[in-house]
Design a protein around this ligand. Structure first.
Ligand SMILES: O=C(O)CCC(=O)C(=O)O
Ligand SMILES: [Fe+2]
Length: 295
């Protein structure tokens, strides 16, 4: 069974190198310096307070796997986060403000996308170049918040642009899913941070690797990679889940392995786009409900 000893850190990658060394062989990598010129690397709470407060975003409360959300403006969330971090630093008890998790940020605030420039388009299939920002999902969370072990439901590849704070990913190859005690299609019961060998004996065969991200690091996770994520401090990041024709095809037939039917709909749209070049303007209006699809 496939396993990874470590995740390489690479600077200055081009499209042939990225696809040849990582996407095709399905190996994760940390790309360093790719976003060095982005204004987004300076995003702090001040930046979010300056955004319009008319947009209400879904903040996840409790375990993110449960998908419960409360609605808040980004400015109010920034205030709550700051107060929570200050109370925690002072050793005072504080209930966290929840995790702003999987939010299609550039649809709410298109002006922010300009601060992620120059954007590394060549790393994505051409089909995404025109409107990459539509596919971005934003994450901002307090120290200690986490996302339990899962994979991204459509079996997309993931480029994770880490911007602020310290974040720890634990990665497990897709082929080891059955050893991780799936409780649904995408969420696992096994916790690689606090392994419980008695409850989960099969997981002794799992080979997790830990990847710590610094601001400005971009993590590539191949289609289906299992990941557990911990915020070692307050963090800001966004990802793009994207398909190659191969991963869209895998996603389409994953219904036979237990994926929700709805996933096939989104994966068929991606295959029509990435594989058969149906233009994004035709596909996106049909696809966009995925970005608020809590699975
Ligand atoms: O940052 C997190 O907490 C979760 C990130 C994640 O699961 C993803 O990018 O798919
Ligand atoms: Fe994920």
């Amino acid at each position: 069974m496939r396993s990874w000893d470590s995740v390489p850190v690479v600077e200055g990658i081009d499209r042939p190198g990225f696809y040849g060394d990582f996407v095709k062989p399905r190996r994760p990598v940390v790309l360093r310096g790719l976003t060095a010129e982005w204004k987004a690397l300076d995003w702090g709470l001040e930046r979010f307070r300056r955004l319009p407060d008319s947009a209400k975003l879904g903040v996840k409360t409790g375990s993110v796997a449960d998908g419960r959300r409360v609605s808040m403006s980004i400015g109010d969330y920034a205030d709550a986060l700051e107060q929570h971090e200050a109370r925690t630093r002072a050793g005072e008890p504080s209930v966290g403000p929840g995790y702003l998790h999987d939010v299609p940020i550039f649809r709410f605030f298109p002006e922010l996308a300009e601060e992620a420039s120059p954007f590394p388009l060549p790393l994505f299939p051409k089909w995404y170049w025109q409107s990459w920002q539509e596919y971005a999902q934003f994450f901002m969370g307090p120290t200690g918040s986490s996302t339990p072990l899962h994979f991204d439901t459509l079996l997309t590849h993931n480029l994770f642009f880490h911007l602020a704070g310290h974040k720890r990913f634990v990665l497990i190859p897709a082929e080891q899913r059955a050893l991780c005690y799936p409780k649904s299609w995408r969420w696992m019961r096994y916790d690689p941070i606090e392994p419980d060998p008695e409850a989960f004996p099969l997981a002794s065969g799992v080979t997790p690797v830990t990847v710590d991200l610094e601001p400005g690091d971009t993590l590539y996770m191949p289609s289906g990679t299992l990941h557990h994520v911990t915020n070692l401090s307050m963090t800001v990041a966004f990802n793009i889940d994207w398909h190659t024709a191969d991963s869209a095809r895998d996603g389409l037939v994953s219904v036979a392995r237990g994926a929700p039917w709805k996933n096939s709909y989104y994966n068929l749209l991606s295959l029509l786009g990435v594989g058969l070049r149906v233009p994004p303007q035709v596909i996106f209006p049909l696809y966009k409900s995925y970005l608020t699809y809590v699975s």
